[in-house]
Every structure is written in C-alpha cells, then in structure tokens.
Design a protein around this ligand. Structure first.
Ligand code: CP
Ligand code: NVA
Length: 301
C-alpha cells in the first residue's frame, strides 16, 4: 500500500491486514520497540475542523517514533491560491508523508501524485477511510467481526461516511443497508460504480433498515461544508433519527455506532447515545490504533 486515499482503492485483504495490525498495536500500545516512523517528519494539512482525527494522528505518529507538524490550510500559501500540485511538489521534497483533510477528493489524489510521498485521506467530501478502519476494528471487538452481519446506516446516505461504508461492504462482502430520504441517498451514478456483487441495499424506510441489523450507524446530518443547508436537512432527515424505537427492531446484541461529533436529538437521541457511550467512545479511541496500523503499513513502502 503506497497511500490511503479511499476505501474504494483498497482490497479486502488490505483492509483485513490493517485491522489485524490495529488489534496488535492496540494490545501492545506500551511496547515502543516498534518505531517504523523513526527519523521521519509527517505533515497534517487540514482545511476543515477536527478533534478525533487530528489528535489521533498527532499521537499516533509520535508513538511510532516520528514527528508531525499541523498545518491549517488557511495558514499556508494553499489558502491564498497556491495550487495543490505545487504545494505537493515542495512538501514531497522535505517530508516523509502527509495526512490531508479537505473538500475535493481530487486534491488528495493530486497531492499523492505530485508529492510522491505516502498520503492519507483524513476526510474529503467523498470518503472518510480512516473512520471506517476504526469502525471495523470496533465491530470486530464488540460483535466478533463483520462477516454475515447487517450494518445499517441512517441519515445522509450520500455523505462521505455513507459512501465509504458502501465501499467497505463491496470490499468485505457484508450487507449494508442505507436508510435515507430522496435527495440524501446514494445516487444511481454512485451505485453503478460499485461491483455488481456488493450487498448494498437502499431504502427510504428507517424501520426496514433497522430490522435485523447488527450495527445501527449514524453521522451528523450536516457535514462540514453543508452548514447553509442545516434547516432543510433537519426537516428532511428527522424520520431517520437513530432512537430507542429503531434500536428495539435491531438484532439481539446489536451495537450503536456514531463517528462523532454527535448532535443530540437530531441524528441520535441523547438517551440512545448515552446508553451506548461505551461502544461509541471505544470507536473514537480506535481511530488511534487503526491509524497507527495505516502509518506503519505506509512506512514500509
Ligand atoms: N470522526 C471524526 O473524523 O472526527 P473529527 O472531525 O473530530 O476528526
Ligand atoms: N460527514 C461528516 C463526518 C465528520 C467526521 C462530515 O463530513 O462533516
């Protein structure tokens, strides 16, 4: 693996290898003999806000022996219009790797191409691969894995999380149900890009999606960059709130997952979030372990 640009660009085996390694890195967190990033300097270039991704990468690079610099996209010349391909060619000559959070997927792809250094997508409008890898680790820890399981995603199905989940289902073979209203569902153009064998079911009925689910997953209704649509989204997506009623339809032992940040009483009720806080914050912690596995894998190249 040279970069982590999307779940789409990974094979099932690559995903399984990262999750396996994350299990081992988590179990051996205090063993600092493994330092694959020793003498390396990585940059984090962020054009959007972040708590989990920023902290977990800053800690993860350091725990693997490297150093890391955080660059707000607005503070570097990128924010004043310097092209991404020029930024990439400069940074590629100085740094060992880059972790980028931005809007356009193409910008992350271009950075990887022009810099020549390992590049990680830390969230774009299209995908959030690091989150999925942490979620898969959590699903393995809490319900023993994703094989034969039904994962149900509720809310803005067309957002980066919905899209990355669809690719994860395609690569790993589990069943994904996406419950979203018209206008917020994965569209035909996207669905045509998935392999025909992918078990991705689209529905506008939240109850149908929850029935028999092993994981109830949700995300904010208002992704970064969509703030001006907040009012209309809160109306359109309300029937897809993850709440106690939906949970009662899920399988025995089902878990609730939320990539966070959570907006209580919108995409999830306060009660359901708090009664599932252990699994949800375990999921947040797993960002660190999964991303360390990604970094260790990329450092080999
Ligand atoms: N889930 C996630 O990526 O959180 P942050 O936006 O806080 O990094
Ligand atoms: N879909 C959300 C994910 C946040 C981690 C967003 O893009 O803002």
């Amino acid at each position: 693996m040279k970069n982590l640009l999307s779940i789409e660009s990974l094979t099932g085996d690559e995903i399984r290898t990262i999750v396996d390694d994350a299990v081992s890195l988590k179990a051996n967190r205090n063993d600092f003999s493994r330092q694959p990033l020793a003498h390396q300097c990585w940059a984090m270039i962020f054009a959007k806000s972040s708590t989990r991704t920023r902290v977990s990468f800053e800690v993860g690079v350091r725990e693997l022996g490297g150093s890391v610099m955080f660059l707000s996209a607005n503070d570097i010349q990128l924010g004043r219009g310097e092209p991404i391909k020029d930024t990439a060619r400069v940074m590629g000559r100085m740094l060992h790797g880059a972790i980028i959070r931005t809007y356009a997927q193409q910008d992350v792809e271009d950075f990887a191409e022009y810099s020549g250094i390992p590049t990680i997508n830390a969230l774009t409008d299209d995908e959030h691969p690091c989150q999925i890898l942490a979620d898969l680790l959590t699903i393995r820890e809490r319900i023993g894995g994703w094989e034969g399981k039904r994962i149900a995603f509720f809310g803005d199905g067309a957002c980066n999380m919905g899209r990355s989940w669809a690719w994860a289902a395609a690569r790993l073979g589990f069943e994904l149900v996406v419950a979203a209203p018209d206008g917020y569902q994965l569209d035909d153009k996207f669905m045509e890009t998935l392999p025909s064998e992918a078990k991705v079911i689209l529905t506008a009925n939240a109850k149908d999606a929850a029935e028999g689910a092993d994981v109830l997953y949700t995300d904010t209704w208002v992704s970064m960059g969509r703030e001006d649509e907040q009012a209309q989204r809160r109306v359109a997506l309300q029937p897809f709130q993850v709440n106690e009623n939906l949970m009662s339809l899920a399988n025995e032992g089902a878990i609730v997952q939320h990539c966070l940040p959570a907006y209580r009483e919108y995409e999830i009720t306060e009660g359901l979030l708090e009664s599932n806080a252990e699994a949800i914050f375990q999921q947040a912690e797993n960002r660190l372990h999964a991303q360390k596995a990604v970094l260790a894998n990329l450092a080999k190249t």
